[in-house]
Design a protein around this ligand. Sequence first.
Ligand code: AMP
Length: 125
Amino acid sequence: MSYPYDDQNIFAKILRGEIPSTPLMETEHTLAFSDIAPQAPHHVLVIPKGSYATYDHFALEASEAEIVDFTRVVGRIAAELGVQPGQGGTGFRLISNAGPDAIQEVPHMHVHLIAGRPLGRILPE
Ligand code: AMP
């Protein structure tokens, strides 16, 4: 299967250093930075450095090293923010929008880590 990827998307530009971001963590395969329009006190975007358009693209085609690195960064961000349930934190939500039904605005795979207030149910009732 061949996935399309538009390298002019805004996160690709952030990865190339063409536009600024507020980085929180960077590893060999992963970058975490603050969302420009936060929906909660903590709103972090975690992205792979590789050219993956959607979560399924990443999950199916990224190397195990990339997937492990990405997942560890998510965990380390939760730990750094102090939001881990059972570790003194009150929790967080991960969201990855993929495609038009989910209203994915930026076509570079990303996970939103949102925390710092009660977040309500996952979808409107
Ligand atoms: P999504 O709808 O899941 O594609 O979400 C894209 C997210 O990217 C939104 O929450 C935006 O606020 C965020 N965003 C867009 N441009 C930037 C930027 N230059 N720096 C940081 N976050 C951004």
